[in-house]
Design a protein around this ligand. Structure first.
Ligand SMILES: [Zn+2]
Ligand SMILES: [Zn+2]
Length: 393
């Protein structure tokens, strides 16, 4: 591999990357409402001489950097949405939108992809094929990746592989986390309704108590992880809400529960809804109440392709050095990058941004979340080095 001297190219634009990130940080918008954000992205792309396509699946933006030589097309993805969080921070670049905040760091994803675009445009002569820049709405929900795929983003030109990254406060600044296989979990939702028959709290023999049945259901659901899942696998079944009842001396006739289910393994992902149905029906039958389950699939597991992961790792090691590239822990969080990675082989990597000295210690989604902006050049260099390696011809 040739020496990319990206250190210099990206180093020169560090102030610009920070400026970009802060510009987007000030105007966070929720999923599919990213109108200001996508207009600003399009403006920045036009300033780079590109011709962005806007309004893709609502608020998505796509731009193509064509290499000097024919070849494959690599999709580079950044998500662009913020969260319904009120920013608890006094930084001068804090959110100007009440109750909205870039609390997951997607502002930095936009900045890093714009930075990568700038460097790639300068190196088009080395590219055998194209870099397709995809700025995707609504990652935090309801999901913009699948709508963008349906809008045709994988064609014209046909996409052969995909990469993307997430700024990551679980790793220190200067580290890039690269790992093959499942890296983020599937994120399904479940709603369980238990219907019994109400009555006087003092006469349980004349009622069918939905509260007692719900308690048994929640307890029995724990056996999905402890008894139906291989000890070598991971899964989460969390019941997060339980609502129902009227008063302390009335037996409840109806309880509604909601929860989240997370898995890495595809087989387990397919099996869990059946386990839930079996447990709910069995427990409810035993206790003389009715149970109904509504299971909603969320994002599938985000799974990195071994070859693309090896390419990103090699590119990052060549660019940043062996010690900068680490093997990160998987996380039970979810990502709709998963849809791109199901469509084509690809790699989603983490860009460490934890720095205690700068107060960049809070977890993602926290109202005091902030990231170490010194991380931005590491992300840009990994994106660019991986792209140039993939399109080396
Ligand atoms: Zn998030
Ligand atoms: Zn995120």
């Amino acid at each position: 591999m040739t020496v990319l001297d990206l250190d210099e190219a990206v180093g020169a634009m560090t102030a610009e990357l920070v400026g970009l990130r802060r510009e987007f940080h000030r105007i966070p918008e929720l999923g599919f409402e990213e109108h200001k954000t996508s207009a600003l992205i399009a403006e920045k792309l036009r300033a780079l001489g590109l011709e962005p396509q806007t309004g893709v699946a609502g608020t998505g933006v796509v731009a193509l950097i064509e290499g000097a030589h024919p070849g494959r097309t690599l999709l580079l993805r950044a998500d662009i949405d913020g969260l319904p969080v009120d920013e608890r921070s006094e930084v001068e670049y804090r959110s100007t939108h009440p109750n909205k905040m870039h609390a997951c760091g997607h502002d930095s994803h936009i900045a890093m992809l714009l930075g990568a675009a700038r460097v790639l445009i300068d190196r088009k002569h080395e590219m055998h094929g194209n870099a397709k820049l995809v700025f995707q709405p609504a990652e935090e929900g309801p999901g913009g990746a699948q709508p963008m795929i349906e809008a045709g983003v994988m064609e014209n030109p046909h996409v052969d592989a995909a990469i993307g990254c997430h700024i990551w406060n679980n790793l220190p600044t200067g580290q890039i986390g690269v790992r093959e296989g499942p890296i983020l979990a599937s994120t399904d939702q479940v709603e369980i309704v238990i219907e019994g028959s109400g009555g006087h709290g003092a006469q349980p023999q004349r009622a069918a108590d939905a509260v007692v049945a719900a308690a048994h259901v929640v307890t029995a659901l724990q056996t999905i992880v402890s008894r139906n899942t291989s000890p070598l696998e991971s899964a989460v079944v969390t019941i997060g809400t339980m609502n129902g009842g009227y008063r302390h001396n009335i037996i409840a006739d109806r309880i509604v529960m909601t929860g989240t289910v997370r898995t890495f393994d595809e087989e387990l992902w397919r099996q869990v809804p059946g386990h839930i149905e079996r447990i709910v029906q069995g427990v409810c039958a035993a206790l003389g109440v009715q149970g109904t389950v509504e299971y909603t699939r969320g994002y599938p597991t985000t799974t990195n392709d071994p070859d693309m992961t090896a390419l990103v790792r090699e590119a990052a090691v060549a660019e940043l050095g062996e010690e900068a590239v680490v093997y990160p822990e998987k996380t039970m969080g979810g990502e709709d990058m998963s849809y791109f990675l199901r469509a084509v082989p690809g790699c989603f990597f983490f860009v460490g941004s934890h720095n205690a000295a700068k107060g960049a210690t809070h977890p993602h989604h926290h109202p005091s979340f902030d990231l170490d902006e010194d991380a931005l050049p590491y992300g840009v260099r990994t994106l660019v080095a991986s792209t140039l390696k993939y399109l080396a011809g």
